[in-house]
Design a protein around this ligand. Sequence first.
Ligand SMILES: Nc1ncnc2c1ncn2[C@@H]1O[C@H](COP(=O)(O)OP(=O)(O)OP(=O)(O)O)[C@@H](O)[C@H]1O
Ligand SMILES: [Mg+2]
Length: 222
Amino acid sequence: MSIPSTKSEIMMETNPGSLASESYRSLRFNMETFALDQGIQTVSLTSAGRGEGKTTTALNVATAYAQIEKRVLLIDADLRNPSLHYTFGGDNSKGLSSYLMHQSTLDEIIAPTNIQNLSVIPAGAVPTNPAELLASKAMKQLLEEVKPRYDMIFIDSSSVLSLTDGKIVAAQCDGVLLVVDHGKLKRQAAKKVKEELELAKAKLLGVVFNKVNPKNAELFLY
Ligand SMILES: Nc1ncnc2c1ncn2[C@@H]1O[C@H](COP(=O)(O)OP(=O)(O)OP(=O)(O)O)[C@@H](O)[C@H]1O
Ligand SMILES: [Mg+2]
């Protein structure tokens, strides 16, 4: 699966006719087909390194699902490097971290967005112990509580080679999407990530090649 280079953050909203949007639709279609057989409801996004496109892909895939009237929740679990609140102009004082520290309730941290059917949980203030919080009982409890309320739950997480956070989140989800910056693709790193995710008992749903040169993107579409 590949996503061409784009100009805007949520192309699915701003330019639904673009090649990038078609790629996100295609990713949704592939995942839906797979989800039917495998019961996939919680999906995390990770990558080898930073800046490969996890957040952009999470935003667009979540929007793609919301556009077909699925109830979608997008959680920012990149606790050391929060970013979703920037997109939706929201407050980040309360969020996943404050819930995991038992300082906020679920209803206090879930925020609706300007996109119909899409709600978000921002990361919240940066905690001192992100890995422990993500591995805590409270994280499992949160996922159990949101599952009956939403059709799909996407979790934007951190990269896996430098931190354990991304693996901890991936292991708790039904599946994980690995986002790879096509221009920076290093086979060794990609192989290592795959091994790390397997060791963590995460289920790799697929690899999303991001920022593919639009000239070649059609070749990669499916
Ligand atoms: N398909 C794309 N085409 C062009 N630019 C993109 C694409 N995907 C992401 N970007 C840009 O690349 C940068 C990094 O993207 P993004 O924030 O989604 O990556 P990330 O993996 O979440 O990064 P981080 O590790 O910091 O969380 C951003 O400036 C984003 O706008
Ligand atoms: Mg990010």
